[in-house]
Ligand binder design. Structure first.
Ligand code: 6PG
Length: 256
């Protein structure tokens, strides 16, 4: 399992690098298989990287029909809500590349029971993946160390109907999470799905993330972002997110 950390001077440089990295991963999957499955993160950090990626996909004339898009997690709101991760991704990426409806796998959040929603998503997403693992997973890290909607204080309501504490071994494909930190319900893919991916890329910016990023990179078991390692994992971080450790890095140094 390969783990790299690459540091950038600021969020703009991070976004540019994330775009280049993602385009390379997607083109690699297209060469290998003729299609590419990407799991998108929500929040604010990935926004600029997605916007740049939309331009890259258009410029390279990558056929949008060959790209499948999933969401690693979603808030418990309809997709037209300003808080929706899907809405953000559509605004800056998916609508810009004219992604066919069949290629964007929506959680359909905010209606019915959260665990039922997770069960429907699991079925839809696995159908779209056609037995393949994700080629690329974007993830962010919260200041508390959460990633996707795997929160340290969460309870996972499984599609089987049972309920477990959020942890590295939540069974199944998707779950509904109730978390005080998240102030209510969230939807998330389970660690096993994220960990099966060919490449996981964490995008981390801001000094407030430094303690959580350090714990995530160190494999601290109390930090959900530490539970996620793809076949290859890359932390793309700004200098301030790396905190004092940044002194160990050059400008854009690859560091195992
Ligand atoms: C969400 C995300 C979440 C996010 C982190 C970091 O739904 O918000 O999926 O896991 O990646 O909270 O968010 P920022 O990028 O906004 O700091």
């Amino acid at each position: 399992m390969e783990v790299d950390t690459i540091v950038y001077p600021d969020a703009e440089a991070l976004a540019e690098a994330a775009c280049t990295f993602a385009a390379q991963e997607i083109e690699g999957a297209l060469r290998d298989r003729g299609s590419a499955i990407t799991i998108l993160a929500g929040g604010s950090t990935p926004r600029e990287a997605y916007s740049l990626l939309s331009r890259e996909i258009l410029a390279k004339k990558i056929p949008p029909s060959a790209l499948v898009w999933l969401f690693g997690d979603e808030r418990w709101v309809p997709e037209n809500d300003p808080q929706s991760n899907e809405r953000m991704a559509r605004e800056v990426l998916l609508d810009r590349i004219h992604a066919p409806a069949s290629t964007v796998i929506s959680w359909g959040a905010g209606q019915g029971e959260p665990a039922d929603c997770a069960a429907r998503y699991a079925a839809k997403a696995q159908g779209a993946m056609q037995g393949h693992v994700a080629d690329l997973v974007f993830l962010g890290i919260g200041a508390d160390g959460h990633t996707a909607s795997l929160f340290p204080d969460g309870t996972a309501h499984l599609t089987s109907g049972s309920c477990v504490e959020v942890g590295p071994n939540i069974p199944g494909f998707a779950a509904a999470v109730h978390s005080g930190t998240a102030k209510g319900w969230r939807l998330t893919l389970c660690p096993s799905v994220l960990n099966a991916a060919r490449t996981v890329v964490f995008l981390v910016a801001g000094e407030e993330k430094a303690p959580a990023l350090r714990r995530a990179r160190a494999g601290d078991p109390t930090t959900p972002a530490a539970w996620i390692r793809g076949r290859r994992t890359v932390f793309l971080a700004t200098r301030d997110a790396l905190g004092p450790e940044a002194a160990n890095f050059g400008r854009e140094v690859r560091h195992a």
